[in-house]
Design a protein around this ligand. Structure first.
Ligand SMILES: [Zn+2]
Length: 186
């Protein structure tokens, strides 16, 4: 089994936060902005500032992409999952090195990543809505990397302490094909 969660996976996963109410979008066309847009979540809407004078389809694409990103982050934050607590618990249960920090991150090309020298782990916000056993498998995969940076046999010995590791890998593979979020081109 050589499928790594942090291997590059083509195709974005639509992790749209169905359970959250959609916020209204307010577009502000700013003559001060040149090429980039910025978005923030306000209490009643998502405010997106775009450069004034863009072509409407380019503007729509820019807005959609930013909004999708914010919505995913919002879903991750709203999710009941406390990554720090969860990673600490899993590290204890499976005898793995606990991380220095673990947090949600906007990552389009991978499910998770870690910096083993610093002991930090980032989990893609696209995983905010997967079943808990799949998220656990990804966390454990990264915890194992804190000790074994490469996908060596020693690494798999640690990662596979979690019995559903291989099933989770299949789940993520299935998720990464067939679902394509058009707002996100990697
Ligand atoms: Zn890996």
């Amino acid at each position: 089994m050589d499928t790594a969660f942090d291997a590059d996976l083509d195709g974005a996963v639509d992790a749209a936060p169905e359970a959250l109410s959609r916020l209204a979008i307010r577009i502000i066309r700013s003559p001060k902005r040149r090429k980039t847009a910025a978005a923030k979540i306000l209490p009643d809407c998502i405010e997106v500032r775009v450069p004034a004078g863009m072509k409407s389809d380019a503007e729509a694409e820019m807005v959609a992409s930013l909004v999708a990103r914010l919505e995913r982050r919002r879903a991750a934050e709203a999710s009941a999952v406390n990554l720090v607590e969860r990673a600490a618990k899993l590290a204890r249960r499976y005898g793995l090195q606990p991380p220095e920090s673990v947090r949600w991150a906007e990552q389009n090309d991978r499910w998770a990543s870690c910096t083993s020298a610093r002991g930090t782990i980032r989990i893609s916000t696209r995983l905010a809505r997967v079943p808990s056993w799949v998220l656990d498998a990804v966390i454990i995969h990264e915890l194992a990397h804190l000790t074994e940076p490469n996908h060596s046999p020693a690494f798999w010995e640690l990662a596979n302490r979690y019995p559903r590791q291989e099933r989770a890998s299949g789940f993520l593979e299935a998720m990464s094909t067939g679902h394509c979020d058009p707002c996100h081109t990697v």
